[in-house]
Design a protein around this ligand. Structure first.
Ligand code: KIV
Ligand code: ZN
Length: 500
């Protein structure tokens, strides 16, 4: 089985995503996580680009162990020397230098001839090799470069000492079969004299497919970024290429050294630090990547995971498959979730709750565990009222801490209590908690106005938790404090019904 090296450029090309810049400490955090993930090479930055970039690469080279640290440099003496200064303290270091080779770039951007570009590339690879053993060269815009000239450049830079030649699809222009053929032609020419790397951009959404096609045709290194962030539409996504190789090892006959269980942690860290969200349906790391809603799929999954799952969520570090309950879900998934939530209901009770659930899922996009708890606890607690509010009053002011006097009926007896609190609701809730001796925790408190005007009917919804179970209570009144007390007692009644 061939080993494919993973060259991670999240900190360099990834950082070129609009708005993705990271400070030095954040880059260190990402670099540490990339080592845990098991990448072979970390492209830590472009040291000549700014003093901040230089400092980040230098600190990563000094502090991070367990991966090769690469610094990017144009094929210019000052860039290469700066890159060397930045990476020199790393035990494993690389200088990655590049020069455009396409006629479009040479003619319009750099105004140099092919001969001049070739000469500079060779000279700068030699200069880099005089400083460091491990040199990578990229002919930028390779996929729009004349193939014969590209092969000439590749041959010459290997002769000059480059150990890796990276073939960038700088503008995301190529297609899988075309790119595969190009990599095959390079492989046939250079054999094992250097590692062929690929660096694909996603302008046509083909970066992962192009990279995989390159692997099939002889590439030994893939350049990629976490979550596929990067210049414009981004780079080849690390998690997609890695999981494609792992899942279809049988087809590619190649794999990486990535510890895939660290994928989700790495993805979330990069999201948090860059502020660039991952789309929910993104392969591998999207919120829905392991979430199934259709009843047919859920039924199959509950019988045997293999029916609709080609990867295990645990393989990327997720807990487990998520069965999302929604309007497409069936009885099998609903019953399973009820069981997971700790309910043992009779077939009739399940049927009634399922009908209510179907009705609710027509009105509500997402059905949370909380909603199911509410449905079921309403079913279970129907008509059961251990606690009821008899009377209450509150007072307080700017200089006077609020106080609540609450009178409730528990079973057949009446009890009252006075408590102080941070506000009238807090004082009321303290009094009710003391009277009922509840051990529940208040998770959520929401106030809504049902009608308009200052005499509006207010509705309060509270969510309580006790021993891992949640219930929702609601209460309505024109006095919002009374509505709050009713909601609390309503939720406590549901907990009591369950215990009963
Ligand atoms: O996309 C590109 O061509 C690059 C090079 C610097 C490798 O990022
Ligand atoms: Zn790039």
């Amino acid at each position: 089985m061939r080993k494919i090296k993973i060259f991670d450029t999240t900190l360099r090309d990834g950082e070129q995503s609009p708005g993705a810049s990271m400070n030095v400490d954040e880059k260190i955090q990402v670099a540490k996580q990339l080592v845990k993930l098991g990448v072979d090479i970390i492209e830590a930055g472009f040291p000549i680009a700014s003093p901040g970039d230089f400092d980040a690469v230098k600190r990563i080279a000094n502090e991070i162990r367990g991966a090769t640290i690469a610094g990017l440099a144009r094929a210019k003496e000052e860039d290469i020397k700066r890159a060397w200064e930045a990476v020199k303290d790393a035990p494993q270091k690389r200088i990655h230098t590049f020069h455009s080779t396409s006629d479009i770039h040479l003619k319009y951007q750099f105004r140099v001839s092919r001969e001049e570009a070739l000469k500079r590339s060779v000279e700068m690879v030699k200069l880099a090799r005089s400083l460091v053993e491990d040199v990578e060269f990229s002919p930028m815009d390779a996929t729009r470069t004349d193939t014969r000239y590209l092969l000439e450049v590749v041959e010459a830079v290997i002769e000059a000492g480059a150990g890796t030649v990276n073939i960038p699809d700088t503008v995301g222009y190529t297609t899988p079969s075309e790119f595969g053929a190009l990599i095959r032609a390079i492989k046939e020419k250079i054999g094992d004299r250097a590692v062929i790397s690929v660096h694909c951009h996603d302008d046509l959404g083909l970066s992962v497919a192009n990279s995989l096609s390159a692997v099939l045709n002889g590439a030994g290194q893939v350049e990629c970024t976490v979550n596929g962030i990067g210049e414009r539409a981004g780079n080849c996504s690390m998690e997609e290429v890695v999981m494609a190789l792992k899942t279809r090892r049988d087809f590619f006959d190649a794999d990486t050294d990535i510890n895939t269980k660290e994928i989700i942690r790495t993805s979330r860290l990069v999201t948090r630090i860059t502020g660039i969200p991952v789309q929910p349906n993104k392969a591998i790391v999207g919120a829905n990547a392991f979430a199934h809603e259709s009843g047919i799929h859920q039924d199959g999954l509950l019988k045997e995971k293999m029916t609709y799952e080609i990867m295990r969520p645990e393989d990327i570090g997720l807990q487990q498959t998520e069965l999302v309950l929604g309007k497409h879900s069936g009885r099998h998934a609903f019953k399973t979730r009820l069981k997971e939530l700790g309910y043992e209901l009779s077939p009739n009770e399940i049927e009634t709750a399922f009908m209510k659930f179907k009705h609710l899922s027509d009105q509500k996009k997402y059905i949370f565990d909380e909603d199911i708890e509410t449905l079921v606890s309403e079913e279970v607690s129907k008509g059961y009222e251990l606690y009821s509010l008899i009377d209450m009053s509150t007072s307080g002011g700017i200089d006077q801490k609020p106080v609540a006097a609450v009178k409730i009926k528990i079973g057949d007896e009446i009890f009252d209590r006075m408590e102080r609190g941070d506000g009238p609701v807090d004082a009321t809730y303290r009094a009710i908690a003391a009277l009922t001796d509840t051990k529940s925790n208040l998770l959520k408190f929401e106030v809504k106005s049902i009608t308009g005007g200052t005499d509006a009917l207010g509705e309060v919804l509270v969510t309580l938790e006790e021993n891992g179970r949640t219930v929702r209570g609601h209460g309505a009144d024109t006095n919002i404090i009374i509505a709050a007390a009713k909601a609390y007692l309503n939720a406590l009644n549901k907990l009591a019904a369950r215990k009963k």
